[in-house]
Design a protein around this ligand. Sequence first.
Ligand code: S3P
Length: 166
Amino acid sequence: MENIVLIGFMGAGKTTIGRLLAQKLNSKQHDFDEILVEQIGMSIADYFDHFGSEAFREIETKVLQQSLQLNGIISTGGGIVLKEENRQFLQNNPNVIYLQANLDELVHRVVLDKRNVRPLATSKSPDEIREVYLPRVPLYEESAKFVIDTTEKTPDAIVQEILDKV
Ligand code: S3P
């Protein structure tokens, strides 16, 4: 099977849906944040503190190039669409799915998620998160083949919708 790539803002469910999809398809999930933490040898928050976001984006691009060679479900990080180079990679992949949700819901999910410290969202106000989110929306849209609204849907329903599309 060709790979399925999940993109979308923080809190969109890329990791959760990716895990479920992989189970359902008896496939493997490749989760960006996990791969990145392994490669940088520290938490993403520490990496941002020490080296800044530009350095992080460079490593993220390398991970994207590596992971698109793999089979399975690829759960990207929310900032993957920021670089034009990455958007072109994504546009050349047949199964890129944008998991979308309304901003209130995304903010709610990010605030509830105590396991992940996200430098661009954790401890930020809803207005600050909105400023990160708004300019990214067209970038997600132009990078994806399919858009799925995840607001008020169960993970199982979202997975089914993806399977109906790919
Ligand atoms: C980021 C999203 C995070 C992580 C990092 C930066 C972003 O991944 O890569 O904190 O810029 O949107 P998730 O989307 O998996 O939270």
